[in-house]
Unconditional design. Structure first.
Length: 220
């Protein structure tokens, strides 16, 4: 329900090798920075340019002048980095992915075709292929008591990390103005209602209305 294999098609990211040898997605969070620094110099110069040290941007990506991009960072082909986007550090932005107006990223992997289009904060998180965050939805990545984050599903899995945001499976849909609490895992093809406060593990193929009303989608 919450392993890398359960959540992601790792062929849909330039960071596929980052996930090799790991079971759970939050295990990659500590390695994102070093992975970028290793991969970046190997990217083909006819496809990527480097405007600053340790930043690699595909030549066919669209980056607004008002966007801030911190190092290290990789922005893949066809990505859209829009007005006042704030990419702080250690971000991998996938092919055709949208990082929109006033969106902040920090220590993240966004798979291909992810959409974070409006006023999102995404920190210490992994967003799977075609995952979408509605306007104003955020990942909260630190508990109020600053204790290490524990993944709470059928079993309790300590992450050993103080900072863990959300793990969104492929095609996850997060409604507007939703807060994903530290260590939230959302399964593939799951929809979260707008203005939700979500914690724990939400099963694949379900609809989250509130904590007491999580229903499986009907077969179409």
């Amino acid at each position: 329900m919450y392993t890398i294999e359960d959540l992601f098609d790792t062929s849909k990211t330039i960071a596929a090798d980052l996930f090799k040898g790991k079971k759970y997605p939050w295990e990659v969070l500590a390695d994102i920075k070093d992975f970028i620094l290793q991969l970046g110099p190997t990217l083909p110069a006819d496809e990527f340019y480097s405007p600053k040290e340790n930043i690699w941007i595909a030549k066919d990506a669209e980056v607004f002048d008002s966007a801030y991009i911190g190092a290290p960072c990789i922005i893949d082909h066809g990505a859209h980095i829009r007005h006042c986007a704030f990419i702080r550090e250690s971000a991998i932005v996938g092919k055709e992915t949208v990082v929109g107006n006033s969106v902040e990223l920090k220590n993240v992997v966004l798979f291909d075709h992810v959409e974070t289009p409006h006023y999102n904060y995404v920190g210490d998180s992994i967003l799977g292929y075609h995952a979408h965050m509605g306007a104003g939805s955020i990942t909260s990545n630190v508990k109020a008591d600053r204790a290490n984050v524990i993944i709470k599903g059928d079993e309790l899995i300590p992450t050993g990390r103080k900072k863990v945001g959300a793990m969104l499976g492929d095609w996850a849909e997060i409604g507007c103005n939703t807060v994903l609490n530290p260590g939230t895992v959302v399964g593939r093809h799951t929809n979260i209602y707008p203005v939700s406060c979500v914690r724990g593990v939400i099963p694949a193929g379900s609809i989250y209305k509130d904590a007491e009303h999580i229903v499986l989608k009907k077969d179409e």
